[in-house]
Design a protein around this ligand. Sequence first.
Ligand SMILES: Nc1ncnc2c1ncn2[C@@H]1O[C@H](COP(=O)(O)OP(=O)(O)OP(=O)(O)O)[C@@H](O)[C@H]1O
Ligand SMILES: CC(C)(CO)[C@@H](O)C(=O)NCCC(=O)O
Ligand SMILES: [K+]
Length: 259
Amino acid sequence: MLLAIDCGNTNTVFSIWDGARFIATWRIATDHKRTADEYFVWLSSLMMLTRTEAQVTEAIISSTVPRVVFNLRVLCNRYFDCRPLVVGKPECALPVAPRVDQGTTVGPDRLVNTVGGFDRHGGNLIVVDFGTATTFDVVDTDGAYIGGVIAPGVNLSLEALHMAAAALPHIDIARPALAIGTNTVACMQSGVYWGYIGLVEGIVRQIRAERDRPMKVIATGGLAPLFQQGTELFDSVEDDLTMHGLRLIHHYNKELETA
Ligand SMILES: Nc1ncnc2c1ncn2[C@@H]1O[C@H](COP(=O)(O)OP(=O)(O)OP(=O)(O)O)[C@@H](O)[C@H]1O
Ligand SMILES: CC(C)(CO)[C@@H](O)C(=O)NCCC(=O)O
Ligand SMILES: [K+]
């Protein structure tokens, strides 16, 4: 079985796959101080629930936090007796190379989203990922990542208001019914929620104008369903897009190995 690890700046998600069959997924806060042994204590107790402890033989990692990769590698070596593929490293091939400025390192999560999106929808696609940052990944006709947009994440924007203004509380994002808020919390939620709807619609309009052709928009990430309630923009919302892409990249590399 395959262990796929998607490490973001806020959360790290572990998924187990038996071929193309999804088995289970678990989430932990990203912490670069976490050791391989700590990961395993946590992971093995969850794996017992699905009786997959002894069955993982392969692993793939995508990490937007470079320093956690070392301990995740040790986890795979020590406890699953395998060498993980790491997206973005030279030994991990991608079906199509990204077309960006020389010397640029594209976030591995964005490359993975590109692969997952292209597999499900073909090219000429915009993948919007509502994570720590909100990213827009533009996928060309042939499936190449050709660039995009990095905007501050939703929770980061709320946090910034709270940090910078003494009278603004720490709050969670929600969809306010109206743009005109009649209390502080409603005003803040309106600013971030409707501000974000405007941001996403504006950026997609701009990208479409630059590309001059029809482009589908796929949304992923924990907050995608919330924003789908405020716009007609998304052709679909797929919370498993990153994991789907990771599994495909692993499969692609296995095929290359045996070819
Ligand atoms: N209604 C909601 N209000 C606040 N947070 C939410 C809501 N729905 C989902 N979330 C949050 O979305 C997050 C899951 O999103 P996702 O995994 O895409 O990004 P992340 O973990 O925040 O970022 P990264 O992938 O960059 O680490 C979780 O932290 C979850 O708490
Ligand atoms: C933008 C984030 C933080 C989103 O997770 C990540 O993809 C990243 O660190 N990217 C590196 C820069 C880039 O993608 O161009
Ligand atoms: K993510």
